[in-house]
Design a protein around this ligand. Structure first.
Ligand code: XBP
Ligand code: MG
Length: 257
């Protein structure tokens, strides 16, 4: 049985609840700047989240909601430019007003660091967005906490494809048996499972709590803490109100028994 050597975190929806009040707002600001009367409401955005990747999400939106739309210039550069503008807005939102990390995230990251458990990120979002979130919501040097930051277009296929987790494992030089993934969504669960990682903790949020998270080892509402105990929504109840390193080590054994 391999010991737990590394935790690989998803970002959006896992480290922080970035979608509704972060990415969605940034997209709408970029649309307004471009003179487009597109409004991604909280509800529409919930549908659009079935597609990961901001550029891919814009294309999905057009195909599904505005199939006759034709930009003036070349389509791919129109999407790329719109997405680049959105990223600038997102980075600004991470500074003002900023977004808090989800309950228990900082506590668990600090505990893992102190115990020498290696940390990595595997996310579909643009690398600059990861930097903005980590620096403004965790610590100025928080990027250095993660040995590997696997993000965005670094791989050809985004979640639910396994590419981003496979790439993170390759950079860590670790087998799937030594790692646990922490995710928030069905696309993330499929990506993790496809990479061969079987230890999978899911922390749901408003957009993902009703998704099919079948292959997760355990599902919780958040990582919890003394003041804000978490609830186990599926899987073995190996924690007492908060997800800590001891609980994750038990979960890892359970996943690979
Ligand atoms: C979530 C995503 C990203 C973000 C938007 O990534 O699918 O596309 O919604 O970010 P994850 P970009 O849950 O894997 O962290 O616009 O930069 O893609
Ligand atoms: Mg996510």
């Amino acid at each position: 049985m391999e010991q737990l050597q590394a935790l690989i975190f998803d970002v959006d929806g896992t480290l922080a609840d970035t979608e509704r009040d972060g990415h969605r707002v940034a997209f709408n600001k970029a649309f307004a700047d471009a003179g487009l009367n597109w409004d991604w409401t909280v509800e529409i955005y919930g549908d659009l989240l079935t597609v990961t990747g901001g550029k891919e999400r814009i294309k999905y939106f057009l195909q599904r909601y505005l199939p006759d739309f034709r930009p003036e210039g070349e389509f791919e550069s129109f999407v790329a430019d719109l997405h680049a503008a959105k990223t600038e807005h997102y980075k600004a939102l991470m500074v003002d007003p900023g977004l808090p990390l989800r309950p228990g995230v900082e506590r668990l990251l600090r505990e893992a660091r102190e115990a020498g458990v290696r940390l990595a990120i595997a996310t579909t979002t643009t690398p600059a967005n990861v930097t903005a979130l980590l620096r403004n919501s965790l610590a100025e040097d928080a990027e250095d906490w993660f040995e590997v930051i696997a993000a965005g277009d670094i791989v050809p296929a985004k979640k639910p494809a396994p590419d981003i987790f496979v790439w993170a494992l390759e950079q860590l030089k670790l087998p799937p048996e030594s790692c646990m993934a922490i995710e928030d969504s069905d696309n993330g669960v499929k990506s993790v499972t496809g990479s061969g990682i079987r230890s999978l903790l899911v922390t749901v949020n408003d957009y993902t709590r009703n998704q099919d998270l079948g292959d997760a080892t355990m599902v919780v509402d958040h990582l919890g803490g003394k003041e804000q105990p978490c609830k186990v929504l599926a899987g073995p109840d190996l924690i007492n109100g908060q997800v800590d390193l001891d609980g994750l080590k038990k979960l890892h054994q359970y996943a690979w028994k």
